[in-house]
Design a protein around this ligand. Structure first.
Ligand code: ASN
Length: 357
């Protein structure tokens, strides 16, 4: 079991008037250093805190729980999301907020998955990381981490959390986690939320957009830890062959497929293609239409090239991202509902991941 370490900050560990935050360190560039082969690999968190002396100046209580084996987030799997959700559930009542230090490569997938798994969230879970390791002179780790801590600790005058949802802070923006995608591997602004404005902007001050932040839930936290990984993504391109489509849709045990379509949800109208979709759907495969465009939304029936998709069993993903869609399939299929109930949940806005019309 991972061990919790209390960090020495400007607040006394017994001061109940300041927020208490649990940092969960999973790995990622934020905590990496060059190894003997000259490759970036994760280091232990004790090293990371040594490299961030400004932690000593924050006015909140900070504890850190490090995963026994910090990883590059390209190695993240649904098992890690189940571990994370379990840890948050275990420590939920002891802390006012949580910061998850995570690699950027799959941070949007993890934040999306956690948003579904943590139902009725009343406390902030802020994902963040860095593009340059904490030990480098031009690192973005300190600013991202310290601002994420501030957001996790932010409260309204009545004591309730300012951002009671799974969010992602990076560079200058706080975004809803399940609306983000990694768009940049070189510069500091690694994430965008194209279909929902930021929940807060970090300039000289932190400016919150309270009207966009999810309201406090009326029921208590419910943690879902069943995910179904019998899912896939089928990205269309002009010239995709019948052989490729058929082999993907006939993977043994397949239960869900994100269909990455063109423009506003358009696809080929060739009979073999529509038949392949219908045949898969008849076998119980849920098909969720997500556009390859970063902005805008799926509108099945706007063009002739999407009009036949509903009859083939394709559900509209509205303005969902691929990251939020693939994790939504895993989550909803994990609930083990009937085919009709599953389809209903897939088109429903569960955690603010879509903007229903
Ligand atoms: N490969 C790293 C990761 O996702 C990238 C990063 O964190 N900037 O773990």
């Amino acid at each position: 079991m991972p061990r919790i370490v209390i960090i020495q900050t400007a607040a006394s560990p017994t001061d109940q008037t300041v927020a208490s935050i649990l940092v969960i360190y999973t790995g990622g560039t934020v905590g990496m250093a060059y190894n003997q082969e000259g490759l970036l690999a994760p280091m232990r968190f004790s090293e990371v805190t040594r490299l961030m002396p400004e932690l000593r100046d924050v006015r909140m209580r900070v504890s850190v729980l490090s995963m026994p084996q910090p990883i590059d987030s390209s190695n993240v799997s649904p098992a890690d999301w189940i571990t994370l959700a379990g840890l948050i559930g275990e420590f939920y009542s002891y802390y006012d907020g949580f910061v998850v230090l995570h690699g950027t490569d799959t941070m949007s997938h993890s934040a999306s998955a956690l948003s579904y798994m943590l139902e009725n969230l009343a406390k902030p879970i802020v994902f963040t990381g860095a593009q340059v390791p904490a030990g480098r002179v031009r690192t973005d780790a300190r600013r991202n981490f310290i601002t994420a801590l501030e957001i996790a600790a932010a409260r309204h005058p009545d004591g309730s959390a300012r951002v009671p949802e799974v969010s992602l802070f990076f560079n200058t923006m706080l975004m809803r986690g399940n609306r983000t995608k990694k768009v940049e591997s070189q510069h500091f602004g690694a994430f965008r939320s194209d279909n929902l404005p930021p929940l807060a902007q970090a300039g000289i001050r932190l400016t919150y957009n309270d009207a966009l932040i999810r309201p406090l839930p009326t029921a208590s936290l419910r943690i879902h830890t069943q995910l179904n990984d019998n899912v896939t993504i089928l990205k269309l391109f002009p010239g995709i062959t019948q052989r490729v489509v058929n082999s993907i849709l006939s993977v043994e045990g397949l239960r869900g497929c994100v269909l990455e379509t063109f423009g506003s949800g358009n696809a080929s109208t060739q009979p073999w293609f529509l038949n392949a979709l219908k045949e898969a759907n008849d076998r119980g495969v849920h098909l969720l239409n997500v556009s390859q465009c970063d902005e805008g939304r799926v509108e099945q029936g706007r063009y002739e090239t999407s009009a036949s998709l509903p009859a083939a069993g394709v559900l509209s993903g509205d303005d969902i991202t691929t990251e939020a869609a693939i994790t939504k399939l895993m989550f909803v299929l994990g609930l083990q509902k009937s085919h009709a109930e599953t389809a209903q949940l897939l088109v429903q806005d569960l955690r603010g991941e879509i903007t229903p019309l």
